[in-house]
Write a protein that binds this ligand. Structure first.
Ligand SMILES: Cc1cc2nc3c(=O)[nH]c(=O)nc-3n(C[C@H](O)[C@H](O)[C@H](O)COP(=O)(O)OP(=O)(O)OC[C@H]3O[C@@H](n4cnc5c(N)ncnc54)[C@H](O)[C@@H]3O)c2cc1C
Ligand code: FES
Length: 364
């Protein structure tokens, strides 16, 4: 198994492993902290909206999780991640409870395509829809757009449970004043206090449509990050308002692979589970190993000490992406891949199970 203390400098995708020292910890809400890191040498290069993979040793076991950078490389001197506790969650609670300034965390360098490019002459309208911790990548993109494109507007619809649960509440208020007329923030609360005068309840498609009707020009870019239901509603409303599918970008933080697999099984969409031999090419080296019935290709590879890259292990982040050179796999979750990538034969090893006997995968 990959050993934290004998790490390679780079994995097969050129993902450098590095360490970041915590500079400051900000308690955002009762269950959320932001960890700001000292700039390493050389500086951490990232695009707003990307995530890092933290690698922790918890109770003697290596744990990896993805966390979006909530900062902007154009605005913030120090990179940061914001972590919201998940009930019963190992790493989110560990990061909330056990960190202190000066402590060092191992990471894999920033990755992810939930990003944009900027041009000072652009005159666009960004529509951001965030739920809970989904505000993190959107915060970084929002700050970057506002500073880089003086003629672009941003509308952010942000769903939280209560007023006390709004992450970055003060930062958002400061941004609204700083970029008056260019940034609009609309909060929606699912469990508001009695004094709340803003939007409440579920932010469904008709509500999103009502809020944005007549406001979205032709040059709209939409970034959605939050629970699947919220992103589905927002996406359908945006399409009704005429936004093209290519302009709607989504980032998922969580996928319940067990339920998805059960659904696929019930629909007869999965092949019989058999033990299969596979070949995986990593770093130009070829490895042959057996994938026991029911296991994913990534899990079996790691069991055989093959240093395959990974992060979320739920088919969302694409750190484990490979290309199928032969054979067939069943994918439980492919949300991280674009249609084109799927057509080109890319798979996510963390959610792929062998469906034929001649499988050969290259991880480039
Ligand atoms: C690309 C990407 C970016 C991410 N960025 C952020 C970020 O900026 N901030 C942040 O707080 N998190 C972020 N996440 C989620 C994060 O990686 C972890 O999944 C999360 O912190 C839970 O990890 P855990 O170890 O605490 O929970 P685990 O121990 O892995 O899970 C405990 C239980 O909770 C369930 N569970 C896990 N996550 C969720 C969830 N979100 N909703 C409901 N049930 C869940 C699991 O299925 C399991 O039953 C991101 C994920 C991805 C893929
Ligand atoms: S490890 Fe994240 S998609 Fe496979």
């Amino acid at each position: 198994m990959f050993n934290l203390f004998k790490k390679k400098k780079e994995d097969s995708k050129g993902n450098q492993y590095s360490a970041l020292k915590i500079r400051e910890i900000v308690k955002e809400t009762a269950d959320t902290v932001t960890l700001y890191f000292e700039q390493p040498e050389p500086f951490l290069e990232y695009k707003a909206g990307q995530y890092i993979t933290v690698i922790l040793d918890i109770n003697g076991k290596e744990e990896r999780r993805s966390y979006s950078l909530c900062t902007s490389p154009y605005v913030d001197a120090y990179p940061g991640i914001t972590v919201k506790m998940v009930k019963g969650g190992l790493v989110s609670n560990y990061l909330n409870d056990n960190m202190r300034p000066g402590k060092t965390i191992d990471i894999m360098k920033p990755m992810g395509n939930f990003t944009t490019t900027y041009h000072s002459k652009n005159q666009r309208h960004f529509v951001m829809v965030a739920g809970g911790s989904g505000i993190t990548p959107i915060m970084g993109i929002t700050k970057s757009v506002l500073v880089n494109e003086p003629q672009t507007k941003v509308t952010l619809l942000y769903c939280s449970r209560s007023e006390q649960d709004i992450i970055f509440k003060n930062q958002l208020e400061s941004l609204v004043s700083k970029y008056e007329g260019r940034l609009t923030v609309i909060h929606n609360l699912s469990q508001p206090g009695a004094d709340w005068k803003g939007l409440k309840g579920r932010l469904d498609a008709s509500k999103v449509e009502g809020l944005l009707k007549g406001q979205i020009g032709e040059i709209a870019e939409c970034y959605l990050c939050g629970p699947e239901g919220l992103m589905d509603s927002a996406s359908s409303a945006l399409k009704t308002l005429g936004v093209k599918e290519e302009a709607i970008h989504r980032e998922s933080f969580f996928s319940d692979l067990t339920s998805k697999e059960e659904e696929l099984k019930a629909a007869g969409k999965l092949s019989p589970e058999l033990t299969r031999e596979v070949e995986v090419i990593v770093d130009g080296e070829s490895y042959h190993f057996e994938v026991p019935a029911g296991k994913t290709i990534l899990d079996a590879g790691l069991d055989h000490d093959v240093d395959m890259p990974y992060s979320c292990q739920s088919g969302l982040c694409t750190a484990c992406r490979g290309r199928l050179l032969s054979g067939q796999v069943d994918m439980i979750e492919d949300a991280g891949l674009s249609k084109t990538e799927i057509e080109e034969g890319y798979i996510l090893c963390c959610s792929a199970k062998p469906a034929s006997s001649d499988i050969k995968i290259i991880i480039e």
